[in-house]
Ligand binder design. Structure first.
Ligand code: NAD
Ligand code: THR
Length: 308
């Protein structure tokens, strides 16, 4: 929107070649305050979009690292936003809610007692962002994302990962072993809706009444997703864990809302999704099928070259 040359992307890992070639890309460990400050000054940064975090399942396996990356990393960026007058956007998550939160049509303001380390760090960040906004005038903006579906990047170790993995398995093997029970309903969203909502939220020209908003698109269960996939791949099968021996991610999912009330985001910055379940499933299948076809073609041409 503002030109690739005006966005400095960063990570502690290399990105795919085409992404790294598309504009400035720098190493930035969010734990390293001095390095972050140097990047802000050298590149004359004025807005910062902070995504680095350990997701729910990975965080549960390594709580100490999650506390550092998710909280200290966030605090470093927020402090820089205060000192250098940066606008700051950082997503929160449905994981910031907990088992005592009302489960259906969960509003922005409600009981929030998360019982995962991921949720605790994200709720901490919401409150700290709000505090810096009130106390120091930092333009801090955040939206609670649901599970995000994308065919382009592998999922990062969350509880909603099943809703991406299922497509790869459906196309490659015709079967998926789901780690959540068939009736676990969670809010989800297609990536391009998430990007559009984020850009609209970040660029909204005037300060917004709230620092943190729910945004939602669809809610479905693994079984409902499997039924929709079967409309395109009639032989697709799915299995679920034995209820007596649930996967550790089941308890995480059970502590999250089944659906969100995002009416405040719709009112305040015009949030509206484009992708419903049907559109999302069709696009995910088409994109992953195209990837598989391209892989087969490239293996085929390599084999032919070796035989020649
Ligand atoms: N993906 C989802 O479904 C979802 C849903 C709700 C919220 N979110 C939020 O969106 C953000 C991005 O999620 P994602 O799915 O892209 O996660 P991801 O795991 O795919 O990516 C996280 C990135 O953080 C980087 N990182 C880790 N430690 C770092 C460090 N010390 N310094 C700098 N970078 C570091 C990793 O290299 C990785 O590229 C997170 O804040 C997450 O809480 C994601
Ligand atoms: C919902 C969310 O924050 C992430 N996809 C996770 O499952 O951890």
């Amino acid at each position: 929107m503002y030109g690739n040359e005006n966005v400095v992307a960063s990570d502690i890992r290399k990105a795919p070649e085409d992404f790294m070639a598309s504009g400035p890309f720098v190493y930035a460990d969010v734990m390293n305050y001095a390095l972050l400050e140097r990047i802000v000054v050298d590149w004359r940064i004025d807005w910062v979009v902070h995504y680095s975090a350990l997701l729910s399942a990975v965080a549960e396996k390594n709580p100490a690292l999650a506390l550092s990356v998710n909280m200290t990393g966030f605090q470093n960026v927020l402090e820089l936003a205060k000192i250098h007058r940066l606008r700051m956007y950082s997503p929160s998550t449905i994981g910031a809610f907990g088992p005592s939160t009302p489960k259906d049509n969960t509003p922005d303001m409600t009981i929030m007692r998360p019982n995962t380390i991921y949720g605790i760090t994200k709720l901490h960040n919401e409150l700290l962002g709000e505090y810096y906004r009130e106390k120091f005038g930092v333009d801090f903006r955040s939206a609670r994302y649901p599970g995000i579906l994308s065919a382009d990047t592998p999922p990062g170790g969350g509880t909603t990962d099943y809703a991406v993995d299922i497509f790869h398995h459906a196309i490659r093997n015709g079967h998926y072993d789901c780690f959540l029970s068939k009736d676990t309903r969670l809010p989800m969203m297609y990536l391009s809706d998430c990007i559009k909502g984020t850009v609209d939220h970040l660029t909204y020209p005037t300060p917004l009444p709230q620092s943190v908003y729910n945004i939602a698109a669809v809610s479905f269960t693994p079984e409902e997703l499997a039924i929709e996939i079967r409309k395109h791949l009639p032989n697709f099968t799915i299995s679920y864990p034995d209820a007596a021996r649930p996967d550790f991610r089941q308890a995480i999912a059970d502590s999250w809302p089944a659906s969100l009330d995002d009416s405040m985001a719709r009112r305040d910055f015009g949030w509206k999704e484009e992708f419903d379940l049907q559109k999302m499933v069709k696009l995910m299948l088409d994109k992953i099928q195209a990837q598989v076809d391209a892989e087969k073609k490239s293996v085929g041409s390599t084999t032919a070259e070796m035989a020649a």
